[in-house]
Design a protein around this ligand. Structure first.
Ligand SMILES: Nc1nc2c(c(=O)[nH]1)N[C@H]1C(S)=C(S)[C@@H](COP(=O)(O)OP(=O)(O)OC[C@H]3O[C@@H](n4cnc5c(N)ncnc54)[C@H](O)[C@@H]3O)O[C@H]1N2
Ligand code: MOO
Ligand SMILES: [Mg+2]
Length: 424
């Protein structure tokens, strides 16, 4: 059966899917389970950090004024009247002429306004107990971390939609969020279609290959914060594929198939969609790899018919599955960051479609430089090992020269700026 397949641009394809996707529901999870999910609530500071003036060093809390005349030849002697470990408050307050031994993180005692490091004083004992000798003046505020200097109460620290990474975890824990409201991570069924596919633990036989797409897609999904549900390998049999996709659509809101997306005798994705009576958002994209990508909706459920070719499948996940899942996860940023980098080599294109070449972008003498890795064929797996980015070459007949600026999709959510403000 022949389906009409008119290619849309990448931008148009993305616009079609993003406009049809929506945020999922918010749930509460324990802080331990919140990694890489997106906040469903703003995080607002309900107290200052630090809550109290505290010592930045192990040393002695003093009155700065007591040290003003101190010199190496005329040291100022201060009587040590108390010792304050972290977690304890001083029992008394500090009077002129006295000092309190204090450890890093301990609250500055009333009356003190500076801390001297252990290394900077001479310690001694006499019949009245212990004392220190100060040999140079210290300024008020020295070595004290002041109340509220890090975070002031009322500050919005992280807005709804922000991805929870290590920094967010530190802040959440600081403010006692043992539980946090996040968007539910979506479950995504993965079906690998192809009679040539063997399970990963099977020995190779002539004409067959191992199913690598499922594993690759699983990892891509997990990195996005989604929950992959691999449903195994389906033979290139229309009824078997139809049954498998129907069951998958019952079990998950998002279904990814790999293979069978093209026009071959055993490529059933188009026929499946027709039989399912699903709405096709697009079934061809003016890009390489991944031109045969199809995205369809059956009611509120999503079906992504990705190419069987590994590189095309990889790109399909990052470009089209990602924004739908990210929107479901309430994310601030639906797409991978795009950056500008300098070409390390000449690239000539004769392809009418936009090329997304697996590439490596690295810093060289302060400049981001990009070079393609591996063969630029959609069947290639090895290039995925080295690629940290996708080099975007617009369609047409043209040579892009070494040294020219090109657009690059960075294949990590973190590490390159989305252009957002530090605290968004
Ligand atoms: N006459 C035409 N032939 C093809 C066209 C076309 O326009 N006209 N498009 C080509 C393009 S572009 C692509 S991309 C591929 C898409 O292929 P399918 O999505 O139909 O996938 P399959 O035919 O099932 O497999 C293609 C290739 O990928 C291997 N494969 C499949 N599944 C896996 C897996 N799970 N793990 C690893 N490798 C897998 C499979 O063995 C094939 O080698 O079609 C072109 N053909
Ligand atoms: O869709 Mo194919 O991946 O363009 O090579
Ligand atoms: Mg095929």
């Amino acid at each position: 059966m022949k389906t009409d397949r008119k290619p849309v641009t990448i931008e148009e394809a993305i616009e079609r899917i993003v406009s049809r996707s929506s945020p999922g529901k918010a749930i509460t999870v324990s802080l331990e389970k919140a990694d890489f999910l997106h906040l469903a609530e703003d995080i607002v500071a309900d107290h200052h950090v630090p809550m109290f003036d505290r010592s930045m060093y192990d040393g002695f809390a003093v009155k700065a004024a007591d040290t003003q005349q101190a010199e190496p030849d005329a040291p100022k002697r201060l009587r040590v009247i108390e010792s304050i470990p972290a977690g304890k408050e001083a029992q008394g307050s500090l009077q002129s002429g006295t000092a309190m031994r204090i450890m890093t993180g301990a609250a500055i005692p009333p009356g003190a306004d500076a801390v001297l490091m252990l290394e900077d004083v001479r310690e001694g004992n006499d019949e009245d107990g212990s004392y220190i000798e100060v040999t140079s003046p210290v300024s008020p505020g020295s070595h004290i971390s002041h109340r509220g200097e890090d975070i002031t109460a009322g500050m919005v620290l992280a807005k709804i939609g922000r991805r929870i990474g290590s920094g967010e975890k530190a802040v959440l824990a600081t403010f006692g969020y043992h539980q946090v409201k996040v968007y539910q991570p979506p479950e995504v069924a993965i079906l690998a279609t192809g009679s040539e596919l063997l399970p990963v633990d099977a020995p190779l036989v002539p004409g067959k290959i191992r199913n690598s797409n499922s594993y690759m897609v699983e990892t891509q999904l997990r990195r996005m914060g989604a929950v992959p549900k691999p449903l195994g390998i389906i033979k290139d049999d229309f009824e078997a594929c139809y049954q498998a996709v129907t069951t998958a659509l019952e079990e998950a809101d998002f279904v990814v198939t790999t293979g069978g997306a093209s026009v071959g005798d055993y490529d059933f994705v188009q026929a499946l969609i027709e039989r399912l009576d699903a709405e096709v958002l697009f079934n061809k994209v003016a890009m390489r790899p991944g031109s045969v990508t199809t995205v369809a909706k059956k009611g509120e459920k999503w079906l992504f018919g990705l190419s069987g070719n590994p590189a095309a499948c990889f790109v399909g996940v990052e470009l089209f599955v990602r924004p739908v899942l990210k929107k479901a996860m309430g994310a601030q940023h639906l797409h991978l960051p795009q950056i500008s980098a300098t070409l390390a080599v000449d690239i000539t294109t004769t392809n009418p479609y936009t090329r997304l070449m697996r590439a490596r972008t690295e810093l060289h003498q302060g400049q981001l430089v990009v070079r393609p890795v591996g063969l630029d064929k959609s069947s290639i797996i090895s290039g995925l090992l080295e690629a940290n980015s996708l080099l975007m070459i617009p369609g047409g007949e043209q040579t892009y020269h070494r040294g020219e600026k090109v657009n690059v999709i960075w294949l990590e959510e973190e590490g390159m700026c989305h252009g957002s403000t530090a605290r968004s």
